[in-house]
Each structure stands twice: as structure tokens, then as C-alpha cells.
Design a protein around this ligand. Structure first.
Ligand code: APR
Ligand code: PHB
Length: 393
């Protein structure tokens, strides 16, 4: 099989890239190791920055998001029984959209399949060769048969464990990583959600109340990294959530049937450069952020907005200028986003190694934010716009 751009991975990065390229008349083939139900069933975060919303709109793929998504205009942070309310439109003129990543993935897959564009599921990429030539080849197995996809360019959108980053010359690749010793135990519950996205820092640990609809809450608790998500009873989850949200009277947070559980490990990770020869890496393949900033999906989309424009310039004019600048632009933005997400994580979580001094410094920072519109505006603008690159709408 042959195409212009071989895309590895049908997560947000690979799917958005395929649609952005098609909008410019550039052909691609997506090779995805997992099955369609598996990919569409992965529950992840669900906050879309305006840039991501705009890209979906420009691709004509925003109809269901506009119907079912929830505009989120408030970001609350609780501590010491108090709430800091960040009025996102008031502070930034913008808001975010809550719409599950798996819903975005379903919409992008459906559009690709409906258009009859090549998206091969259960196609495990095993090797990528020739990235320093103008004819790279992607080796994969499908149905027990070894196959090869010949292409002009390879887009490694295959996540943290993918083949893309593994193909980078190891003497060139630099990796920066911090792994946290706690995780997020996430649930979906049939319960009326909190009106605003609410994060909390309590002596018992972090919690987050988000939502997927007006009938479904998306809730998270900080837990030890080795927690078995099924080891927590529903009662234990609700007890801990009420306590951490300072809802001792259990009057504010509505309980309901928990029908989905998952555990998200927390790490901050950057790999650079994000390109070599005809191989370009995007999304979780080259950066991962702790989820406190809700940035993972938006970072992946920001990468491929840059990459699709660079590939378009190449195919239209033969110029490689934007292709050569891809990694520099995206690595710099990735560090900005990793810094913000890591800072929020440091502000809101309980750290076992914290001394009483460090705990009080954490609370003092929250007190400062509570009293400073400028500090609130800084958090708000990073929460809504950190991945926006004005020249790459
Ligand atoms: N061959 C083919 N496909 C592969 C291979 C391989 N060798 N390795 C991984 N994949 C696929 C995975 O099955 C997955 O569907 O690549 C896809 C990568 O998707 P994501 O991990 O979702 O990464 P990305 O598209 O960059 O999106 C990042 O997704 O995981 C969340 O929190 C993350 O929000 C962030 C977003
Ligand atoms: C979510 O709705 O899943 C969500 C919201 C905010 C975050 C992370 C996840 O920081």
C-alpha cells in the first residue's frame, strides 16, 4: 500500500491530522493497533480549549459536540472549606467545552469511515524504516499477515508506548520525565454534576468534580499510584469525595450509580526533538502532562495543526521551511503546557514527602490566588488558551 502520509495511531493526534490533511487534499492512511470498539471505549479527559473547538468547526466535525457538549465558564478551586471561583469569560473572554475525548474520537472515526478514507484497525506497526530517505516504509501486521505501507512522511501519533518515538535515533532523542507516586481514580456516575469544574486541595488529598452531561458526573480522587480501581467500594468513594470537597453535610454533591471506573497514572514527560528526517511525532508520543490542566488532547491537536500546515506547504510549494521548524515550535509550546499542568498539580495535590513548611507554602499560594485577580487571570488564561498558536488556528 502507498500513500502520502502514513499515520500511526487513531487517537486524537492521528485522527485530527488525517482530517486536517484531507481538507488540504493530502492523502493519508491511519494504522491503529487496537480495534475500533477499544479505541472508542477508552475513557479519558474531556475539556476542549477554544482552539480545539475551532479546529473541529473548521473541519465540519463539531455538530454533535455543539449539541451534546457543555460550555464551562467557571473553574473552582477549594481549600480550607473555601472556594476560589475563576470566571473564565470574565477573566479571559473565553470558556472551554466539556465533551469527552472518547466522543471526539468517535466523531472523527465515524467521519473518516463514512468518507471511505483508509483507517486500518488492529494493524500493529512493528517497524519504521527509511526515515532518512524520501521513501520511508512502515511495517505492520494485520490479521497475522506482515504488510508494508510506503509513504512520503510518517506521523508517529502512537502515544507513549508507540513505535514512533522508538524509531528516533537514540543518540539524538532527549527525554525528560517526572513520575508521580499518586494517581487519579476516576469514575463516571449517574448523578447530577456540580455546576462548575471544581478542584479541591484538602488535608485528605485532591479531588475533582467534572461532568459529561447534566445527568452524568465525572469524578476523580487522588489515590496511591498502585491502587486497584475496583478495590474502592462505592460508599468509600462517595465518603471520601464529600470529605475532600468539604461537603460534610452531604448536601451539595449528588451520589448515583457508579458505572465506570479507571485509574490514570500521573507523569510529566517531554521528548525532543519531535522530528527526524521524514518522521514527525505528535501528541502523547512526545509529551504527556499530569491531567490537572486538562491539556493532553488539546496539546495533540495543537501539534497536528502545525504539522498539517507544514506538510501542506511542502506539497504545494516544495518548501520544507515549516517542516524544519515543526519540532522547535511544538517543543517550546509543550514545555509551557507541561509547566502549567505540573504547577497546578503541585498546587492542588497532597504530597507524602511534604514537610509542614511545604504544606503551608502550598496553602499560602492558594490564599494569594484567592485574593488576587491577577493571579486568577493568569491561571484562567493558561487554562483556556495555552495551546493556541495564532498562526495555526
Ligand atoms: N501501531 C499502531 N497503533 C499504535 C501503536 C502501534 N505500534 N502503538 C500505539 N498505537 C495506537 C494506540 O492504540 C492509540 O490508539 O496509537 C494511539 C495513540 O493514541 P493516544 O494514546 O490517545 O495519543 P494521542 O493521539 O497523542 O492523544 C493524546 O489521548 O491518551 C490520551 O491523555 C492523552 O489526552 C491525551 C490524548
Ligand atoms: C474531565 O472532565 O475528565 C477532566 C476535567 C478537568 C481535568 C481533567 C479531566 O483537569
Amino acid at each position: 500500500m502507498r500513500t502520502q502520509v502514513g499515520i500511526i495511531g487513531a487517537g486524537p493526534a492521528g485522527l485530527f491530522l488525517s482530517h486536517l490533511l484531507k481538507a488540504q487534499g493530502i492523502e493519508s492512511v491511519i494504522l491503529e493497533a487496537r480495534s475500533r470498539p477499544y479505541v472508542e471505549g477508552r475513557v479519558r479527559a474531556g475539556v476542549l480549549e477554544p482552539g480545539t473547538i475551532e479546529t473541529l468547526g473548521r473541519l465540519g466535525l463539531d455538530a454533535r459536540m455543539r449539541r451534546e457538549g457543555l460550555v464551562d465558564e467557571g473553574l473552582d478551586m477549594r481549600f480550607r472549606g473555601r472556594t476560589i471561583h475563576l470566571d473564565l469569560p470574565g477573566l479571559t473572554g473565553k470558556s472551554v467545552m466539556i465533551y469527552g475525548q472518547q466522543e471526539v474520537v468517535k466523531d472523527l472515526i465515524a467521519a473518516r469511515v463514512e468518507a471511505g478514507d483508509p483507517l486500518v484497525f488492529e494493524a500493529q506497526v512493528t517497524r519504521i524504516e527509511g526515515i532518512e530517505t524520501d521513501r520511508p516504509r512502515i511495517h505492520y501486521t494485520e490479521g497475522g499477515t506482515d504488510k508494508v505501507l510506503e509513504c512520503d512522511f510518517v506521523a508517529g501519533c502512537d502515544g507513549y508506548h508507540g513505535a514512533g518515538r522508538a524509531t528516533m535515533p537514540q543518540d539524538i532523542l532527549q527525554v525528560f520525565e517526572q513520575v508521580y507516586d499518586f494517581a487519579w481514580l476516576g469514575v463516571l456516575a449517574r448523578a447530577r454534576p456540580m455546576p462548575d469544574m471544581t478542584y479541591t486541595n484538602s488535608d485528605r488529598g485532591f479531588a475533582l468534580c467534572s461532568r459529561r452531561s447534566m445527568q452524568v458526573s465525572r469524578l476523580y480522587l487522588q489515590v496511591p499510584a498502585d491502587t486497584d480501581p475496583n478495590s474502592w467500594s462505592d460508599d468509600r468513594f462517595w465518603d471520601e469525595l464529600h470529605a475532600r470537597m468539604f461537603d460534610e453535610g452531604r448536601t451539595e454533591i449528588e451520589e448515583g450509580e457508579i458505572f465506570q471506573r479507571d485509574l490514570a497514572k500521573l507523569r510529566a514527560f517531554v521528548a525532543a526533538p519531535m522530528q527526524h528526517g521524514r518522521l514527525f511525532l505528535a501528541g502523547d508520543a512526545v509529551h504527556i502532562v499530569p491531567p490537572a490542566g486538562a491539556k493532553g488532547l488539546n496539546m495533540a491537536v495543537a501539534d497536528v495543526r502545525v504539522l498539517s500546515r507544514a506538510l501542506t506547504e511542502f506539497y504545494r510549494t516544495g518548501s520544507r521551511a515549516e517542516l524544519e521548524g515543526y519540532s522547535t515550535l511544538c517543543v517550546e509550546r509543550a514545555w509551557r503546557v507541561v509547566r502549567f499542568s505540573s504547577t497546578l498539580t503541585g498546587l492542588l495535590h497532597k504530597f507524602g514527602h511534604h514537610t509542614p513548611m511545604q504544606r503551608n507554602l502550598q496553602l499560602a499560594e492558594l490564599e494569594y490566588i484567592a485574593g488576587s485577580r491577577n493571579a486568577q487571570a493568569s491561571i484562567a488564561e493558561q487554562y483556556v488558551m495555552l495551546n493556541y498558536l495564532p498562526d495555526y488556528p
